[in-house]
Design a protein around this ligand. Structure first.
Ligand SMILES: Cc1cc2nc3c(=O)[nH]c(=O)nc-3n(C[C@H](O)[C@H](O)[C@H](O)COP(=O)(O)OP(=O)(O)OC[C@H]3O[C@@H](n4cnc5c(N)ncnc54)[C@H](O)[C@@H]3O)c2cc1C
Length: 385
């Protein structure tokens, strides 16, 4: 159900004011130390953001996809990593809300609303990223339990999460989603964090490799129960369809920040006796940046609104993600160039935007994968006869 417009505007306005007041002035501290932004996280919990899309029936805010996209945009305008802290959790909650049994929804969703029980999403492996069907992590049934063995890569929020939505291959050679419960931050029987991945950007939250050795998961934690066995890949890809709207929203948020920084700088910095904004080459660059930003935002909102209306949006979400992520990278690059040498220093935030934007091109399906999805859908929509 669509969120009441006045309520949506109020929530987004509250987040925007908080980002301006408490996030933007303090980001550099966490970014440069690659430190978890605990106070910002606490405030996100206070706002109820971890339950933002969980139905009110389970204690969440029950916001629609468009409102969530606008929240992600605002968070990313301040610090893209905040959206990352939230996003894997949102994917997990979406999967449980859509595909969980009634008992699983009752058991997990109420606990997932206040941020104390957070979810990670674990599909990728060292040799399986775009090719999701190539995963090797295995789960074998042993009575009322499944025994998991394998290595998962790129697990964002893997350490601090309490629940890992783990995709593993079952003996029928299909992929099943297991809800792995663990204590956040501590070693857990049969699970080790085998590597912390050092990243170009997207600092402040952990992305890790996790290894499972004979880790036991109760059969009750197979997403969807008996009927869910073998459907994990389909469940994950369905949640990622919405995930792509979130990634597009992140891209719009970072692009907005980069554009605004460039606008400010171009009007203050003078060369040859006038603000660089007045050199046509710079003015034109800003005009192109603003145009791409506007197009990216409209495509993202359009995909979100269609999803809220119950339409299947794999093509529109793919297009929004493809366009917005590539546009954000170009806008961040141009913002850095407009800052000249200063853009290459940590004194100005544009270097962070420049490091953060490639993630949106890669995460939750690269641009090449989006083009494959779009091309496939185009043929369905425009058959030869
Ligand atoms: C910071 C970060 C956080 C992440 N967090 C998570 C997470 O929380 N959970 C999770 O499960 N995953 C996560 N990922 C993984 C992410 O989804 C994958 O990195 C992404 O899907 C690409 O997979 P890959 O890295 O294996 O690249 P590959 O699949 O090896 O692709 C390499 C290159 O080949 C191209 N390519 C591949 N196949 C084709 C094709 N058929 N046609 C044309 N080009 C092709 C790709 O576009 C890319 O340019 C994260 C990644 C990053 C970088």
């Amino acid at each position: 159900m669509a969120t009441d417009q006045a309520l949506a505007d109020e929530i987004v306005g509250t987040i925007r004011a908080w980002v301006d007041r408490d996030v933007i002035p303090n980001v550099a501290e966490f970014e440069q130390a690659d430190e978890f932004p605990q106070a910002m996280f606490d405030q996100m919990c206070e706002f109820g953001l971890f339950g933002s899309t969980i139905s009110e029936e389970y204690g969440g805010l029950g916001l629609d996809i468009t409102t969530y996209a606008r929240i992600i945009e605002e968070l990313s305008r301040g610090y893209m990593s905040l959206a990352g802290i939230l996003n894997t959790h949102k994917i997990g909650a979406t999967m449980i809300g859509r595909f969980g049994t009634d008992e699983q929804k009752q058991r997990f969703l109420p606990r997932m609303c206040d941020g104390s029980f957070r979810a990670a999403f674990s599909l990728s492996e060292p040799d399986a990223g775009s090719d999701t069907g190539a995963i090797r992590c295995r789960a074998v049934r042993d009575g009322d339990e499944w025994v998991v063995n394998g290595t998962k890569f790129w697990v964002t929020n893997g350490v601090r999460s309490s629940l890992v939505m783990l995709m593993a291959r079952t003996p029928d050679d299909r992929i099943t989603c297991f809800m792995v419960e663990k204590d956040p931050g501590v070693a857990f029987e049969g699970i080790t964090v085998s590597k912390k991945i050092d990243k170009l950007g997207y600092k402040g939250l952990e992305t890790v490799e996790m290894s499972y050795v004979d880790h036991k998961v109760p059969h009750a934690n197979v997403l969807g129960g008996d009927e869910g066995i073998g459907h994990g890949q389909q469940y994950a890809l369905s949640a990622l369809e919405l995930g792509r709207i979130n990634i597009a929203s992140r891209a719009v948020g970072v692009a907005q920040a980069a554009f605004e920084a460039a606008m400010r700088y171009a009007q203050q910095r003078e060369t040859f006796g006038r603000p660089i904004y007045d050199h046509q080459a710079i003015g034109f660059k800003l005009a192109e940046m603003a145009t791409k930003l506007q197009a990216a935002r409209l495509m993202t909102y359009d995909a979100a609104k269609r999803a809220d209306a119950g339409e299947r949006v794999d093509m529109e979400a793919g297009m929004a993600k493809l366009f917005a992520s590539e546009a954000a990278f170009e806008i961040a690059t141009d913002a850095l160039r407009i800052h000249g040498g200063n853009g290459y220093t940590t004194e100005f935030p544009v270097e962070r935007y420049f490091r953060d934007t490639p993630l949106m091109i890669i995460g939750e399906g690269t641009s090449e994968i989006q083009k494959m999805v779009i091309a496939r859908k185009l043929r369905d929509r425009y058959p030869a006869e």
